[in-house]
Ligand binder design. Structure first.
Ligand SMILES: N[C@H](CCC[C@H](N)C(=O)O)C(=O)O
Length: 283
């Protein structure tokens, strides 16, 4: 199986072009390739294939094999892959995802995609659609007991579930202790991604993320959008925010009139490779 290793702000995935390859058991392949000792090493697997609704179709599988509805860093890399590898010559493309069809604007330098602006669509705030067990819309500053402590969370879906928690001293935060407890908490019927955010100003924040199915990742595009929406719902920031992540920066803009969130950021291709299907023991 030929693959391309790419990342968005350090949120790295193994990409497979389904116009050329067949992946019979993507969940098993994702678990194998994601292993940073016995596999390739990644936060998961992303496939790029044909779509009847859009120019291309993206599917994303976490490191534990679970399929997610959407991937913000991933979709920017999909745009880079299809343009740089000449599957399209358009600088505005559409990609079908589990969270609907997304429109992307590509910024090209020397015939290579350098950055991408994604219309991530509407933030979903109704608890039953996130889903989270809570009795008000939006779920803002909501108490939750995690690890014997009371936290306050703001929950937003970008097609996938996010719980945003505001903290101080983010760099020292023990995310590996608290992240898994949020991820598997009973109030999240489909588990959740959890973002821990430290405010810097009304236009700048830092964020770390414990992802559903992939542990701490160095960035999360959907999680960054959810974080900025949470900041806005709590009155902490303006509608355009620079977000610092472990692996880089993203710019998020909430278009209030359209009720759409826009994400702008880089996409990087690191290397190509080939792995025998027999090696993966999951044809
Ligand atoms: N890293 C991705 C999100 C993956 C989400 C996945 N962990 C889930 O929702 O299960 C991003 O850049 O948006």
């Amino acid at each position: 199986m030929k693959f391309t290793k790419m990342h968005g702000c350090g949120n790295d995935y193994v990409y497979v072009n389904l116009f050329e390859e067949t992946v019979k058991d993507p969940a098993a392949v994702s678990k194998f390739v994601s292993d940073r000792h016995f596999g390739i090493g990644s936060d998961g697997l992303i496939t790029i294939g044909p779509s009847e609704l859009a120019d291309f179709r993206m599917r994303i599988y976490n490191a534990d094999g679970s399929e997610a509805e959407m991937c913000g860093n991933g979709i920017r890399c999909v745009a880079k892959y299809v343009y740089d590898h000449k599957l399209t010559d358009k600088t505005e493309i559409t990609v079908e995802t589990g969270a609907g069809v997304k429109t992307l604007e590509l910024t090209v330098t020397d015939d290579k995609v350098e950055s991408v602006r994604v219309d991530m669509g509407e933030p979903i705030l109704e608890p039953e659609k996130i889903p989270v067990i809570a009795d008000k819309t939006p779920v803002v500053d909501e108490p939750i007991i995690v690890g014997g402590k009371e936290w306050r969370m703001t929950c937003v879906s970008m097609g996938n579930p996010h719980a945003v928690v505001f903290v101080k001293n983010l760099a020292d935060f023990e995310i590996e202790k608290t992240g898994p407890l949020f991820e598997k908490h009973e109030r999240f019927p489909k588990r959740t991604n959890t973002e821990f955010c430290e405010l810097i100003s009304r236009n700048e924040v830092s964020m770390r993320v414990w992802e559903r199915g992939s542990d701490e990742t160095w960035a999360c595009g959907t999680g960054t959008c959810a974080t900025v929406m949470a900041c806005i719902l709590n009155g902490y920031t303006e509608d355009k925010v620079l977000v610092h992540l472990k692996g880089g920066d993203l710019v998020i803009e909430y278009d209030r009139a359209a009720n759409h969130i826009f994400m702008t950021g880089p996409a990087t291709e690191v290397f190509h490779g080939e792995i025998e299907n027999s090696t993966m023991k999951c044809e």
